[in-house]
Design a protein around this ligand. Structure first.
Ligand code: ATP
Ligand code: LTN
Length: 334
C-alpha cells in the first residue's frame, strides 16, 4: 500500500512500434485502473536488450513509448511513468532473486522457448532470466496487481512463486501480486494468421495495426485481413478471423459481440471489415494527435522523466534495503 491505495505495476518493452494488441490488451486497461491504484508504469528498456538492439533506435523507441503512455491518457502527475534503466534497484533485486529461482522453473517458460527459437543466434543468459527481472520489477514496488495480456500470465505465476518462496524463508517481505487481465481485448490476434497473437515484432506488417498507422493504412490492412468462406458474421471459435475482428470492433466501440452479430446480420464481410477499420481509426486519431503534440515539448517530457525516475527510485530503494538486510548483507556505513 502507498497511502490508502493498493499498488499497481506494469511495463512494456520498447522493441518496436506498439500495436493495437498492446493498446487494447494492455494500455487501455491501465488507463481505466489508474484512479483506483497507485500506479507504476515502466518502459522496460533493461528487458529490451535481451534481443540485440541498435542503440539509437532503442533510445528513440523508449522515449516514444513513454510519450505514448501519456498520449494514451495516463496522467504523469498521478502515475509514475519512468524508464526501468533509471532505477538501479531493478537489476540489484533481480540478482538476489536469481538466487531464489530454479533453472527447472525457467526451463518451462514458453516465451523463452519462442524467443530462443526466433533468435537462435543469440540465446543469451538475459533472455533466460528475463522472468526474474520481471519479478524484480513487480516485487520492488510491492505491487498488488499487475495488468498484463494473458501471454504474460506464466511470468506472473513465477513471480508469485518467487515471492512466496522468499517470504517463507524471511518472513513477510514481498506483497504477492495478482494478475489483472481485462476481458475485451485480452488477446488480439494477427490479421494475417488469427491463430497467432498480434505482435509488434511480426515480420509481416499487414499482420498488425500499429498505433501510428494512418487511416488509409488501417483500412487497407483490414480489407486484407484473413477471414473464412462461411460468409456470415458469427462469434464462433471455428471462424477465428471473424472472431478476432468482432473482438477488435467490440473493444473499440464498447458494443458486445451479440450486438455486433445482430448489427451485421445478413451483411457481407466487406462491409463488416470497413466498419471495424473505421472503429479503429476513430480510436487511433486522438491518440496520434496527442502524441504529435507531446513529442514537440521536449522540456515537458524531460521533466516527467526526471521527477518520476526519482519517485520510482525512492520506493524501489525502500524494498531493496529491506531485502538486502534480510539476506544478510552488511549495512553501509554512512
Ligand atoms: P514482442 O513482439 O516484442 O514480443 P508484443 O507485441 O508481444 O511484443 P509485449 O511488449 O510483449 O508485446 O507486451 C506488452 C503488453 O501488451 C503486455 O501486457 C502484453 O500482454 C500485451 N499484448 C501484447 N500483444 C497483445 C495482443 N496481441 N493482445 C492483447 N494484449 C497484448
Ligand atoms: N514481459 C513483459 C513486459 C514486462 C512487464 C514487467 C509487464 C517487463 N516487466 C512487469 C508487467 C510487469 C512483456 O513482454 N509484455
Amino acid at each position: 500500500m502507498i497511502g490508502d491505495k493498493k499498488v499497481l505495476f506494469s511495463g512494456m518493452q520498447a522493441t518496436g512500434s506498439l500495436t493495437l494488441g498492446n493498446y487494447l490488451g494492455a494500455l487501455k486497461n491501465w488507463i481505466s485502473l489508474s484512479d483506483e491504484y497507485e500506479c507504476f508504469y515502466s518502459v522496460v528498456d533493461l528487458h529490451s536488450i535481451t534481443i540485440r538492439q541498435d542503440p539509437a533506435t532503442l533510445r528513440k523507441r523508449a522515449r516514444d513509448l513513454l510519450t505514448l503512455y501519456i498520449a494514451a491518457g495516463l496522467d504523469p502527475e498521478k502515475n509514475c511513468i519512468y524508464y526501468q534503466s533509471h532505477v538501479s534497484g531493478h537489476t540489484e533485486l533481480a540478482w538476489i532473486l536469481n538466487c531464489f529461482t530454479y533453472m527447472g522453473e525457467l526451463n518451462r517458460m514458453t516465451q523463452f522457448k519462442d524467443k530462443a527459437a526466433k533468435h537462435s543466434d543469440n540465446i543469451n543468459a538475459g533472455l533466460y532470466t528475463y522472468p526474474v527481472l520481471m519479478a524484480a520489477d513487480i516485487l520492488l514496488y510491492q505491487a498488488d496487481v499487475v495488468p498484463v495480456g494473458n501471454d504474460q500470465l506464466q511470468h506472473l505465476e513465477i513471480t508469485r512463486d518467487i515471492a512466496q518462496r522468499f517470504n517463507s524463508i524471511y518472513g513477510d517481505v514481498f506483497t504477492v501480486p495478482e494478475p489483472y487481465v481485462g476481458k475485451v481485448g485480452a488477446r488480439i490476434m494477427s490479421l494475417q494468421d488469427p491463430s497467432k497473437k498480434m505482435s509488434k515484432s511480426d515480420d509481416n506488417p499487414n499482420a498488425s495495426i500499429y498505433l501510428m498507422d494512418d487511416a488509409d493504412t488501417v483500412m487497407r490492412k483490414f480489407k486484407r485481413a484473413v477471414t473464412d468462406s462461411e460468409g456470415c458474421v458469427a462469434y464462433r471459435r471455428q471462424q477465428p478471423g471473424i472472431y478476432n475482428l468482432i473482438d477488435i470492433y467490440c473493444a473499440c466501440t464498447g458494443k458486445t459481440p451479440e450486438e455486433t452479430v445482430r448489427e451485421f446480420d445478413g451483411k457481407g464481410y466487406g462491409e463488416f471489415k470497413l466498419a471495424v477499420g473505421e472503429s479503429v481509426v476513430d480510436v487511433l486519431r486522438p491518440l496520434q494527435e496527442k502524441f504529435a503534440e507531446l513529442s514537440k515539448d521536449r522540456a515537458y517530457i524531460d521533466g516527467i522523466i526526471k521527477k518520476n525516475g526519482e519517485k520510482a527510485s525512492y520506493y524501489a530503494l525502500k524494498t531493496l534495503r529491506k531485502v538486502q538486510k534480510k539476506v544478510g548483507f552488511p549495512e553501509k556505513i554512512r
